[in-house]
Write a protein that binds this ligand. Structure first.
Ligand code: 5AD
Ligand code: SF4
Length: 473
């Protein structure tokens, strides 16, 4: 969701004649888009803000948006008095106010519901992959999670509004639609119906959704994975733990039997489907036996592209008050062990893809500009040799879009960058820069226009633990 928010802000500001820059010293406006799902991320934000203050141009505006802004509120101005704005995850559409009134201090951390989607309606990006949020907030109240506090109660956008955005994205050249929500499959007006409606659009070739909650996987949605060819064979279904005791204390009231049953059903309707998960290790009271159950689940399901985190106590959450917190060194050890298992299953799946041909979606050039990055239907990154061109950005004022720091010690990923709704942006790399504000690029010599090149048939030629290499067929 944070990646989506970042894209929206960027297109909102580009619509006002600004352009993105990678150079902090050039920027007229600097926005730190933040997440507070884990503590380390929050602490980092304020040290990063201090660094920005010391290096930016004296007259440029800077501020913070997202969950850390919501959590800090006016205290952010006390910590960094030079800040110009502090806007919560549901108020960032108010950002232009600071451009109109640069001498003001702008503070808004209200949970104003779905208002931002109406205000941002015109800023649908021209990207091959369009993220479309369908709900905001979460009512699940997992005892470790700060999201219900920072993003508020769960609200679903209307079916009509979402379908209108899907059509807009399609008209702007999107090939893939990814529906977003903290509890996306709990969408009040039927995610399955939304997928069916989206699949009717010819130019949309791939559909997916993230992030799902196990008990919201309806039979209708499960069946759709077997009948709708545009629905990708990849699903993020966070288990968090393989221990019934830990799940109970996390306030995730589903049994492992139910979780396994859902995966069995999905694999029955579509034997090709791959599952990813999020895990938390070292949750308060987690015993060695509990942790072994998590490892056992990971080995059995053979997840791909999964994320594992050390439990991090968060303000406003019940688990932060549990008295049986696990020592840091044990959390670290468990993270390493689980990560080894997840890396192994990821590597095995990647290796099993060598020799296969797949329709892959263009993501953009890599940092060197010598390769293009595509995504398989299972969300693996494929690197292909190519010579992109980088169009000149249009003239205008510059915005700095700070990139997310890489993964750190408290978290591991066997996958590649991919926004996940409950998810902190700090655990993901941002999508690679396109080298142009309009997102135009070209792949293969002799190829056609950018839009026609977004889906390519690629043969996988080699694999390692986290990515693939391929060649055009
Ligand atoms: N500590 C560690 N990990 C957390 N997550 C959410 N809250 C916490 C926390 N307090 C993880 C969960 C969630 C992902 C986005 O972040 O695994 O699915
Ligand atoms: Fe909601 Fe996901 Fe947080 Fe649980 S972990 S409260 S489902 S956002």
């Amino acid at each position: 969701m944070n990646v989506y928010d970042g894209q929206r802000i960027s297109s909102m500001l580009c619509g006002r004649g600004m352009t993105q820059t990678d150079k902090l010293g050039d920027a007229d406006l600097i926005i730190l888009n933040t997440c507070s799902v884990r503590e380390k991320a929050t602490n980092k934000v304020f040290s990063e803000l201090g660094r920005i203050r010391d290096r930016k141009k004296p007259d440029s505006l800077f501020g913070i948006i997202g969950c850390v802004a919501k959590e800090a509120g006016s205290d952010a101005f006390r910590r960094i008095p030079e800040l110009n704005f502090v806007l919560g995850p549901q108020s960032y559409h108010k950002l232009p106010q600071i451009l109109d009134n640069p001498d003001a201090k702008l503070l808004n951390v209200d949970l104003s519901g779905l208002e931002k989607f109406d205000e941002l309606a015109e800023s649908v990006n021209a990207e091959p992959l369009a993220y479309i949020p369908i709900q905001e907030g979460c009512d699940h109240c997992c005892t470790y999670c700060i999201v219900p506090y920072t993003r508020g109660r769960e609200l679903s956008r209307t079916f009509e509004d979402v379908v209108r955005d899907v059509h807009k994205a399609a008209a702007n050249g999107a090939t893939e639609i990814c529906f977003l929500g903290q509890n996306v499959n709990g969408y009040k007006f039927s995610l399955a119906d939304l997928i069916r409606e989206t699949a009717k659009i010819d130019s949309i070739k791939r559909i997916r959704y993230t992030s799902s909650y196990p008990t919201e996987m309806t039979d209708d949605l499960i069946q759709l994975h077997g009948t709708e060819p545009k629905l990708l064979p990849f699903l993020n279904l966070p288990a968090q733990s393989g221990s019934p005791n830990v799940l109970k204390r996390m306030n995730r009231p589903y049994s492992l039997e139910l979780y396994n049953e859902i995966i069995d059903k999905l694999r029955k309707v579509n034997p090709d489907i791959q599952i990813s998960s999020d895990f938390i290790v070292g949750f308060p009271g987690e015993t060695e036996e509990d942790f072994e159950m998590t490892c056992e689940l990971a080995r059995r399901i053979k997840y791909i592209n999964s994320y594992s985190f050390k439990y991090s106590p968060r303000p406003h959450t019940a688990a932060a008050l549990f008295t049986d917190q696990i020592p840091e060194n044990i959390k670290k050890q468990r993270l390493v062990i689980l990560d080894e298992i997840l890396t192994q299953t990821n590597r095995e799946f990647n290796e099993s893809c060598v020799g296969r041909t797949m329709e892959c979606l263009l993501e953009g050039p890599d940092k060197t500009g010598k390769h293009m990055i595509y995504r398989t239907p299972y969300m693996q990154q494929v690197i292909v040799e190519a010579s992109p061109f980088a169009p000149e950005p249009p003239p205008g004022r510059a915005i700095k879009a700070p990139s997310a720091p890489p993964l750190e010690g408290g978290e591991s990923s066997t996958g590649v960058s991919e926004p996940n709704n409950c998810a902190p942006d700090l655990r993901h790399d941002p999508p690679p820069s396109r080298g142009g504000a309009d997102g135009a690029f070209i792949a293969r010599p002799g190829g056609g226009s950018g839009a026609s090149m977004t889906l390519q048939t690629i043969r996988i030629t080699s694999a390692n633990k986290c990515s693939l290499r391929g060649e055009f067929v």
